[in-house]
Design a protein around this ligand. Structure first.
Ligand SMILES: [Ca+2]
Length: 433
């Protein structure tokens, strides 16, 4: 319904977009408002005025780590369709916070292409989240998709074996391991009562309240020869039914986690499925259940089905609403034939803007002209042209719209407005006639 309770016998709909055809039906009500007529016949009208429709756009399709010497993320998407005249340009937004709201503060670039290579101040190992939105440059309307993809920039990848004994200071030999509660407050603990190599493991202590917690590996590249193994011992409620338990999951996008398929195990497969009876957060998942604490046993998994992906795995323990026994000890993780990334070098925080100031279209360079670059907040920097009329601003922050203006005693130049997303050369000025 567009509008209601209109006393007049006419109505102006100013929510329409020029060029689009709309269909209308009306109903009438009696004085009490309690009785409503059937709908009128349908009447169509094509709106005049500005076309105000947003482009139709599915959002970002891929975001990948370039894995080169300097940090870079490569984004791509399928072309948007303009709702009005077009042409389309794309805004690229970036944040280190998942679920961020795209806006001017996190706009890092614009492009007319369906790809964007981000080299702007990326830091090795940091997770960046991207959203791309389409803009109709004919009416400046930006659509509002929320499709988000993440990238963790790294350097070149080499084949290696990741060995984690959980003996290093703080519980980890390698960087990138994390541990958190997903529900309840209790996390995994570094433990010296059970171990395989030689004195420590990580323990999930089972609780008598609904809760779950994860121990998460660093990301690693998977190929056809990549395998995962670890050692563990566990004792979960109960001896016969899988009320509490622990599962193993993987993610290829850092967002969605999937239980490791039974078919991937070559030793030590899950021995049950978690009960759905008492609110266990991992209810219904294949898991390790029951058990008694004793000598650790090895689990072996073939990861070939995940080849081509960058993967994290996590040990995910879940407890139902009552009764707990000891819990789960995990040790000695080996990921063989993993793709291990070196560090990339952070890219520069700013770009170069260069050009020349000319005395006429075919003329000479104008020396000693004052060139000023001003951002949308009024922050300005000035420089003076050299003998050939050349100027250069270094370390200009990207993602902003700047006004570049020129002052000269002999000539008048129109200012230029530029959206700066990358190095700009050839931003030249010739005098107004
Ligand atoms: Ca150990």
């Amino acid at each position: 319904m567009l509008a209601s309770n209109i006393a007049a016998t006419s109505y102006v709909d100013n929510t329409v977009s020029g060029g689009s055809t709309y269909s209308y039906k009306i109903t009438g009500k009696d004085g009490t408002g309690g009785c409503e007529s059937t709908q009128s016949t349908c009447s169509e009208a094509t709106a005049t005025g500005l076309c105000t429709l947003a482009p139709t756009f599915a959002g970002l399709t891929t975001a990948t780590n370039a894995a080169g010497a300097s940090c870079q993320a490569n984004l791509s998407w399928s072309a948007a369709s303009p709702g009005c005249s077009g042409p389309i340009s794309y805004n690229v937004y970036r944040s280190t916070v998942s679920g961020f709201v795209p806006g001017p503060a996190n706009l890092i670039g614009t492009t007319n292409s369906t790809t964007y290579n981000d080299t702007n101040s990326l830091i090795n190992g940091t997770t960046y989240y991207y959203v791309v939105r389409a803009k109709d440059t004919g009416n400046n309307v930006i659509e509002t998709n929320t499709v988000q993809k993440s990238v963790v920039p790294s350097g070149p990848v080499t084949l290696s074996t990741l060995t984690e004994t959980f003996e290093g200071a703080g519980g980890f030999d390698n960087a990138g391991w994390t541990n958190q509660a997903l529900s309840g407050a209790t996390i995994w603990t570094w433990d010296a009562t059970q171990s395989q190599t030689p004195t420590h493991s990580w323990k999930s202590t089972s609780l008598t309240t609904v809760s779950d917690r994860v121990l998460v590996s660093p990301p690693f590249g998977v190929n056809a020869g990549t395998t995962l193994s670890f050692w563990h011992t566990f004792a979960f409620e109960s001896a016969t039914t899988c009320f509490d338990g622990g599962t193993l999951e993987y993610t290829t996008d850092g967002v969605t986690w999937t239980v490791m398929p039974d078919a991937n195990f070559t030793a030590g497969l899950f021995n049950g499925t978690v009960s759905s009876s008492f609110s266990n957060p991992i209810a219904g998942k294949r898991a390790w259940c029951n058990g008694t604490i004793g000598a650790m046993t090895q689990v072996q998994i073939n990861l070939a089905s995940l080849a081509g992906n960058t993967v994290r795995v996590r040990w995910h323990a879940g407890d139902d609403s009552s009764v707990a026994v000891t819990g789960w000890f995990v040790d000695s993780v080996t990921i063989a034939n993993a793709g291990v990334a070196g560090a990339c070098t952070p890219t520069a925080s700013g770009v170069d803007v260069t050009g020349r100031v000319f005395s006429s279209a075919e003329g000479r360079g104008v020396r000693n002209a004052v060139v000023t670059i001003t951002d949308e907040n009024g922050n300005a920097h000035s420089t003076v042209t050299g003998a050939l009329g050349t100027y250069r601003f270094a370390e200009v922050e990207t993602g902003h719209t700047y006004i570049v203006s020129v002052r000269s005693r002999r000539f008048t130049f129109a200012p230029q407005v530029v959206q700066i997303t990358d190095n700009i050369s050839g931003l030249d000025f010739t005098p107004e006639p």
